[in-house]
Design a binder for this molecule. Structure first.
Ligand code: PAF
Length: 285
């Protein structure tokens, strides 16, 4: 695996590549990321992963400084997966001068995650656009665990006519249902034992909807209350329409098969997010 730290080296390395598949990450790789690398391999000839902890997408009180940086084990994992190129730019390489031009995300960018993490999607879209311009992939892979990010990046690619196919990777879960995440490493043993509840309550809502319930607001409120009773500080639990993540209306035309249930909540100082489809689908993101 070739490691490139500069845009110049990366361009030289990829000069002859035919179909480049790109998996952007912030490192601290777990099995969920490695599954995305294997998915990438099926979509092209040159698999490029990036590791860059993007300051722009962290709020002033968020965990930028303590975000785990585990370059050596990440490198070894990517090597084992047969990744061809690792792009690991320095902060100076990505932001040689303050980034004054930013991507302005759509209204969805201020909803759900964006409502609790102001500026998050501005930071994500800006770095993803820059990475796309540096890597110039034909295909890019994003995990469904960050469902809103996946939708917003997909929309950016469409609306800016970027010639990139966005492919969605399934969320990888621990045996008890907890979605794998770099932030799980922050959890104490007691919090780790409690953490799967987030997935359980979201799945509970999804199953209730699949079973015919339409009282979304009640389902959301009950889930929030269960989490709060068990020590969580809940940001949101929301039933949304799968295509644009718009609010789902029980009396509307939202086919239950298209609905997604999303949640974000803090356990101690660790903020976890997850989402489940009412009916799991493999084709749509
Ligand atoms: O999902 C992530 O890890 C990040 O948001 C991304 C896409 C690598 C941009 O920094």
């Amino acid at each position: 695996m070739k490691i490139c730290q500069t845009a110049h080296d990366l361009a030289a390395e990829l000069a002859g590549a035919k179909r480049v598949v790109f998996v952007p990450t912030m490192g601290n790789l777990h099995e969920g990321h490695l599954a995305l690398m294997r998915l990438a391999r099926r979509h092209g000839d040159a698999v490029v992963a990036s590791i860059f902890v993007n300051r722009l997408q962290f709020g002033p009180n968020e965990d930028f400084d303590r975000y785990p940086r585990t370059f050596e084990s990440d490198r070894a994992g990517l090597e084992r997966e047969g990744v061809d190129v690792l792009f690991a730019p320095t902060e100076h390489e990505m932001y040689p001068v303050p980034q004054l031009y930013r991507v302005q995300p759509p209204p969805l960018g201020s909803d759900l995650e964006g409502a609790f993490r102001p500026g998050f999607f501005d930071g994500v879209c800006t770095v993803v656009l820059k990475l796309f311009n540096l890597v110039r992939p034909q295909v890019a892979i994003f995990g469904k665990k960050d469902r809103q990010q996946l939708k917003i990046v997909r929309g950016m690619v469409q609306q800016f006519n970027l010639p990139i196919e966005i492919v969605a990777g399934e969320t990888v879960r621990a045996d008890d249902g907890l979605a794998l995440s770099s932030r799980n490493g922050y959890l104490s043993p007691a919090e780790r034992a409690e953490a799967p509840r987030l997935n359980r309550v979201l799945r509970g809502i999804a199953d209730a909807i699949a079973g015919g319930r339409h009282d979304f607001a009640n389902l959301e409120a009950d889930a929030r209350a269960e989490l709060a009773r068990n020590g969580w500080q809940v940001d949101y639990v929301a039933v949304r329409h799968g295509l644009g993540l718009r609010i789902a209306h029980p009396e509307g035309f939202d086919h239950p098969n298209l609905l997604i249930v999303l949640g974000a909540a803090k356990l101690g100082s660790t903020r976890l997010i997850d989402n489940v489809d009412v009916v799991p689908r493999v084709d749509e993101d």
